[in-house]
Ligand binder design. Sequence first.
Ligand code: ZN
Length: 203
Amino acid sequence: MKIVCIGRNYGEHAKELGNAIPDEPVVFLKPSSSIVPKSGPIVLPAFSNDIHHEIELVYSMARRGGRTVADRVSIGLDLTARDVQQDLKEKGLPWEKAKAFDGSAYIADAFVAMESFPPGHHIDFMLKKNGHVVQGGHSGQMIFDVASLIAGVERYMTLEPGDLLFTGTPAGVGRIAPGDRLEGYLLGELLFDLLVEPPATGQ
Ligand code: ZN
C-alpha cells in the first residue's frame, strides 16, 4: 500500500503559502512508516519547531472494469514540517524530510462508500483545533477533482487497490503545539479526536 499526496489543490491554500496555481497536480509520497496510530497521539518530531496541520479528504483506490477509481473516502492529516519544507523549497530539493517523517500521516478509521453520494455531491470536511474551526472545505473546491488527480498521478505511477490518495488541504493551515487537541469531521460527523504530544525524550 502506498500513500500518494497532492499539494496545492485548493486555490486559497496555494495563495496563503505564496504558491502559484499548478497546471498539473503536484505529487509526493508518504511511506507506511509515517502513519500515526488510529487513536493517536500525534508526537511532534524533534527536528522541527513548525509542524502544521493540513486536513485533507483521503480516497481509497479500487479497480473497476480495468480502471482505477476512488471507491471510499475519509479524512486525514498531512502533517508538515513547514520550516524544513521552506528550506527545501528554497534549495529546490525534494520534500520528503518535511512531509514523510515518522508520524506525518494520520488516516481516520471510518471510510464512506463513494456510491452513497449522488453524482456531483460535494463532500465537506472540517478541522477543529482546541474547539475552534481552523480549516474547512468541500470536494467541489478542489482545483483537480479526484478523477483528474487519479489520471494525473497515473501518467507517472500506477495506483493499486488499497492505495490512499490525500487530495490537498484548504486554507487555514497552522502550527500545532504540545497539548493541542485536533478534531476532524467528515460530513459533519466526528471521525477523529487526537492529542498533540512533545517530541519523545532521549532522542
Ligand atoms: Zn497536504
